[in-house]
Design a protein around this ligand. Structure first.
Ligand SMILES: [Zn+2]
Length: 104
């Protein structure tokens, strides 16, 4: 069974438990009164919906997701958004670092 983004159920459960904060900017998803921008959204780290494993699926905030869009991760990390939020190759979550280290 897969959800509407084509993510297998077991991957969805795994990632929900793993990513309690945005894998990019680190905003916590658990805060009750967080703004809609800080809500979690499904992210394919490498923009390929065929890669459905837990190493490519992550939760990031709406704000990061909207900014990243269809950009390549490497390119997006150089964007003004990331500069402003101080998101760098070293500050992102481990799962993102791994994806950067292992280009497909
Ligand atoms: Zn974020």
């Amino acid at each position: 069974m897969a959800n509407r983004w084509g993510i297998p159920k077991h991957v969805e459960e795994f990632v929900k438990n793993r990513d309690t904060k945005c894998v990019y900017c680190g905003v916590e998803f658990s805060i009750e009164n967080s703004s809609p921008k800080d809500k979690p959204s499904w992210e394919h780290i490498v923009n390929d919906i065929r890669i459905n494993g837990a190493d490519n699926i992550a939760l990031c905030c709406m704000s990061c997701n909207a900014s990243k869009g269809s950009k390549l991760l490497e390119d997006w990390l150089k964007s003004d958004y990331c500069k402003k939020k101080e998101i760098t190759v070293d500050s992102v979550d481990e799962v993102v670092i791994e994806a950067l280290k292992n280009p497909r």
